[in-house]
Design a protein around this ligand. Sequence first.
Ligand code: GMT
Length: 378
Amino acid sequence: MKIGISCHHTYGGSGAVATELGKALALRGHTVHFFSQAAPFRLGRYSKNIFFHEVETMNYPLFESPYYTLSLASKIAAVAFYEKLDVVHAHYAIPHAVSALLARQMLEEKCPGSNCFRIATTLHGTDITIVGADRSMHDAVRLGINKSDGVTAVSAYLKDETERMFSPRVPIEVIPNFVDTSVFRRMPVRETRELLGIDGGMVVIHISNFRPVKRIDDVLAVFGNIRARVPATLLLVGDGPERNGAEAWVRAHGLGDSVRFLGKIDDLVPLLSLADLMLMPSNAESFGLAALEAMSSGVPVVATNVGGFPEFIRHGVDGFLHAPGDVQAMSSSAIALLEDDRLWQRCSAEAVTQARQYDTALLVERYESFYRELIEGS
Ligand code: GMT
């Protein structure tokens, strides 16, 4: 198949899923064309089946802000015309699904009656729960969903939320996030430990884009409780609006030596291999890709019992789930895991087993079948 993938290039789960999907499809012999403002952060080196089309916006004195949606639509239309794309897969309802719709109209206008590409849209969460919930964007999101040929959501929770908020006319198929279990596995950590200057003690990790929904304050509060009982280092991976406040909190609490702000890092495997525990106290999380990647690396996760987390983290089996904001309960579970080696070993092994259910190979096949149904149904 010839597949176009339109996604956010920035640090975040939707871009990671879109890019890993495209790379896996390319390995299976499909031709994949990525459309994005810049090379997606996980794209890495090129392969013979992968093409990247940077979408450049046009600067003109009358345009107060560049019209990315139109530029993207024009780029998709041009590439679809020359490359005869079968499917354009939009990751995020807006602007990507709406741009794909526009691109299709552009093509139909240019060559009436031509056999146009099908549009698959994957909803990742914040496009529905945050952007879609904003009145100003609601109708645009609804259009993107209803005019797509097929729609997937990354969890049953997100499917239900989308149906509740948009009453869509199209069925929504759940295809969860996935992880390459041959890549996300524990590797030797001596060098990483030395590079980071971590001499001993437990290692706790949090990975996110530091937005309010991630509840960074709770990560720090739980870590403060852990530190009162167990020697430990907290690795904070990622960056975003809550980082400055977090740095101030760490300074005010005298934890500067044990909290490391690492910023945005693409290669997570060495860090996850070092970690004993991941904290994900999000307010809402449609799936929680970072937690799945941690589990695949044998890292038990203490997370919240919201969104997609309960669909793959089994409380007391491979991690622990508590109500958002329940810092005490999260701290108790975290300390139990770090103090009780038998509990840790059991949860770590179960986490690896559970992650295998979400291996890339299995889920990429689901996407392939999904595309085929769209093409055959046209
Ligand atoms: O929250 C993020 O990390 C970024 C966000 C995005 O849109 O890129 O991630 C969303 O999509 C991921 C991939 O499907 C999911 O694993 C995340 O749970 C989801 N984030 C939220 O729902 C807050």
